[in-house]
Design a protein around this ligand. Structure first.
Ligand code: R5P
Length: 298
């Protein structure tokens, strides 16, 4: 038997998953004691069951990591058979090396903590840059799903005459695949990151942008500054409209307002993180993988 739960961030997706798998959804209670210590309580019996914890790492990635570890360890303690973490957005992945002396490599520490708490992780478009795959940090089965197809189908339905821009080198993983599925041109910009909040982009491969509806696609929209710089380039090159799609819309520090001010026509995200910009549904992709966990029919 399977039980689907969520903690604080992803109850909408968790409920959809439970409904489609025809399993019970049980909201786990997560709160704090007066002194701030974490309080967590499963509301249904998990003994002997597979527990699917659906929990994205935003908002509050540090707190979320703690919540997931406490939930997984508690479920095991209560006799759960297998703990599967579905985290549509996996945090900490951008810190994949020591950029400055003395820094922690957060992605490795996060993975180590999860390796010790859960049995399997399923995530969507994790920020893989210097790692070859999730296997570089996870010792448990780790499934890396992609939103590329649902994004491509959304663009094909919504926009006439689109071209795709990836705002930095790593974004070729989305830009190339999405443009190939729709059959349109794409270009990937070169980004220089000066600080967490200050970037510059340059066009290395010119494509015809004049009069086209430009869709800038990136894995993460955090401060929005990468998107804003890429938007300026597309505007300078004569785009008819400039639109943004992020797989993971974090939109920190008023990013959405800043992007609207920069002249974006549409700003959409995949629902890997619950946000007002969610227009593209990742649930079908998650379900395809999760159906493998259902008992085999005799
Ligand atoms: C980093 O390389 C990612 O792919 C994104 O481009 C980046 O996280 C976006 O961050 P921000 O929105 O703060 O510019």
């Amino acid at each position: 038997m399977i039980i689907v739960t969520s903690l604080k961030n992803s109850s909408k997706t968790a409920k959809k998953i439970a409904k489609d798998l025809d399993c019970k959804f049980s909201q786990t209670k997560v709160s704090s004691f007066p002194d701030g210590d974490l309080y967590l309580q499963f509301k249904d019996d998990v003994k002997g069951k597979k527990v699917i914890i659906v929990e994205s790492f935003q908002p509050n990635s540090n707190e979320t990591l703690m919540n997931i570890i406490f939930a997984a360890k508690t479920a095991k303690d209560l006799g759960a058979k297998k703990i599967i973490l579905v985290c549509p957005y996996l945090a900490y992945m951008r810190q994949d090396k020591r950029f400055n002396e003395g820094e922690c490599i957060s992605s490795r520490i996060m993975a180590e903590l999860l390796n010790n708490s859960i049995d399997k992780i399923i995530t969507v478009d994790p920020h893989i840059h210097r790692y070859k795959s999730l296997k570089d940090i996870f010792t448990i089965p780790a499934k890396n799903l992609s939103a590329n197809d649902v994004i491509a189908d959304f663009i094909a339905k919504k926009y006439k005459n689109p071209v795709i821009i990836g705002p930095d080198w790593e974004s070729y993983q989305w830009a190339d695949k999405i443009s190939a599925r729709i059959g349109v041109e794409d270009t990937v910009l070169e980004k220089t990151r000066h600080t967490y909040r200050d970037v510059d982009v340059e066009v290395k491969k010119q494509i015809e942008i004049k009069g086209k509806n430009v869709i800038i696609v990136d894995d993460i929209i955090s401060t929005g500054n990468t998107m804003i710089k890429a938007c300026k380039k597309a505007q300078e090159m004569g785009a008819k409209s400039v639109n943004a799609i992020g797989v993971h819309g974090l939109f920190v520090e008023n990013a959405l307002k800043k992007m609207e001010k920069a002249g974006f026509k549409d700003i959409f995200s995949v629902n890997t993180i619950e946000h007002v910009t969610n227009k593209i549904d990742i649930t079908p992709v998650l379900l395809e993988e999760l159906k493998k966990e259902l008992p085999k029919k005799k």
